[in-house]
Design a binder for this molecule. Sequence first.
Ligand SMILES: Cc1cn([C@H]2C[C@H](O)[C@@H](COP(=O)(O)OP(=O)(O)O[C@H]3O[C@@H](C)C(=O)[C@@H](O)[C@H]3O)O2)c(=O)[nH]c1=O
Length: 190
Amino acid sequence: MRIEATSLRDVIKITPRHFNDSRGYFCELYREEWFRKEVADVRFVQDNQSLSWRDGTLRGLHFQRAPAAQGKLVRVIAGAIFDVALDARPSSETFGQWTAVELSEDNHAQLWIPEGFAHGFLSLSPRTVVQYKVTAPYNPAAETGVIWNDPDLAINWPLTGREIHISSKDAYLPRLRDLVTPVLPMKETA
Ligand SMILES: Cc1cn([C@H]2C[C@H](O)[C@@H](COP(=O)(O)OP(=O)(O)O[C@H]3O[C@@H](C)C(=O)[C@@H](O)[C@H]3O)O2)c(=O)[nH]c1=O
């Protein structure tokens, strides 16, 4: 497994080692002991998968509010995505900053996005399959998010030549500055 930093300290890119031979390849996708030591001491409780039929499908930016906050380990099985993590932790030095990594079936990269971040992605190919592990179960009552084109964030989604496909739910998410309840509680000040 190769670990690479991203522009946000707690968001980590992981690339599993591939053993190629004439048949194809073998790789370990996830090993709990290694992950807890080298990346984050968390435990995953749910595995998710989504299929996006069309190039230009945008999902996000989503998170669940504490105490149902989720860390996510994201990878792509088919196609490619522009994967975005937004720091939504009000007490963080990098609150409001985002980072993006291309994950694809060809580069085999994974992105670790800790609790307190909002997550979203744009599919860069038709029939894109994304799979991700999460550290807390789905809790619809705790679901919220940030609108993908929040002008304060100015995420540079690779939209040139693409028509966006988005759910009606995602089209009406609030801006980060208008979030009523932040993703994690504010730190108490003395
Ligand atoms: C996320 C989720 C959804 N669902 C259901 C609810 C709904 O009927 C249907 C589709 O849900 P959504 O429209 O929220 O799916 P989607 O827009 O793909 O939501 C996902 O987006 C990415 C960016 C994330 O980071 C994920 O955590 C998740 O929020 O699936 C579950 O049963 N369990 C789950 O864990």
